[in-house]
Write a protein that binds this ligand. Structure first.
Ligand code: GUN
Length: 287
């Protein structure tokens, strides 16, 4: 059996088209959805990511401004700037690119972002809202994974989903989103004993570890849905995920490729969150 490919590029394109459509409607009502992106320092990967975020926004009609600061920016200055953006009614969404320089407390900086502008969904208020099932911004990567499962018509109720990885950004929110859809969820991590025994039971596996080829064909139940969140490099420098794609695709029912899987969906969900931040602020102001 060869798995069907979940095409993240195609799905992300559809989502961007929907965002563009809704953005145009909001602009016609006099509201220009706007995202402020803050980049501190000159980490090369962060520069690429933030450039993508700005370009994706502009292509869908959203306004995005990248603010760059030197690596030695005092934390207090950053917190003051976030506060100004929090108060600015023309800014609907705020994203502080991570990692921050070592002298800054990332947790404190993220907490400074107003929850109604926290489009990364990294704030404790956003995480708490997800935990208790209240409205709030969902972190873009697991949110994008859920959209992929929805797109293939994967009914999660009663299914066993195994999430490998327990980060605050992917693993934990992913598990909560799957649980909210009535899946039975197992979270695996570096101290898990006999990972293979667990993944072999899974109807859905989400690999978010950061280790190339960590999920091999013998660890997957025939017909399972395999979502690969990994972003690694081969020895030749080629982008690859956490899943041994060539092996697993012969066993799984569905599989996401890397590149062209979860990555474009993460980018698309930031646009959705930004638009929704603007839509919510509009409805709060009686538009
Ligand atoms: N650094 C790597 N990924 C992300 C992300 O999704 N959001 C932010 N703010 N920083 C990141």
């Amino acid at each position: 059996m060869t798995a069907q490919i979940i095409d993240g590029n195609a799905l992300a394109r559809q989502i961007r088209a929907d965002v563009a459509h809704r953005t145009a409607a909001l602009k016609a009502a006099g509201i220009a959805p706007s995202l402020a992106i803050i980049l501190v320092g000159d980490d090369p990967a962060s520069q690429v990511y933030t450039r993508h975020k700005v370009n994706d926004s502009i292509e869908t009609g959203l306004h995005a401004a990248l603010e760059r600061y030197p690596v030695n920016l005092p934390e207090a200055d950053l917190l003051r700037r976030i506060d100004v953006l929090n108060q600015d009614p023309t800014v609907h969404a705020i994203l502080v690119q991570l990692p921050l320089p070592g002298h800054m407390d990332s947790g404190k900086v993220i907490q400074a972002i107003a929850p109604d502008k926290d489009v990364d969904g990294f704030n404790v208020a956003s995480a708490g809202a997800l935990m208790v099932g209240r409205p709030g911004f969902r972190p873009c990567t697991p949110y994008g994974c859920m959209k992929m499962l929805e797109a293939i018509g994967c009914e999660l109720k009663g299914k066993h989903a195994v999430v490998i990885g327990r980060s605050n950004i992917v693993g934990k929110p992913m598990a909560l989103m799957l649980l909210a859809q009535n899946a039975t969820v197992t979270i695996c991590h570096s101290a898990t004993r006999d990972l293979k025994a667990l993944t072999r039971q899974a109807d859905v596996v989400v690999a978010a570890v950061g280790k190339r080829k960590m999920l091999s064909a013998d660890m997957v139940k025939p017909g399972a849905v395999v979502i690969d969140v990994g972003m690694n490099r081969t020895e030749q420098g080629k982008l690859c995920g956490d899943v041994d794609f060539d092996g697993v695709k012969e066993v799984a029912g569905w599989i996401t490729p890397v590149p062209g899987g979860v990555g474009p969906m993460t980018r698309a969900m930031l646009l959705v969150n930004t638009l929704e931040a603007a839509e919510r602020s509009a409805s709060n102001r009686g538009h």
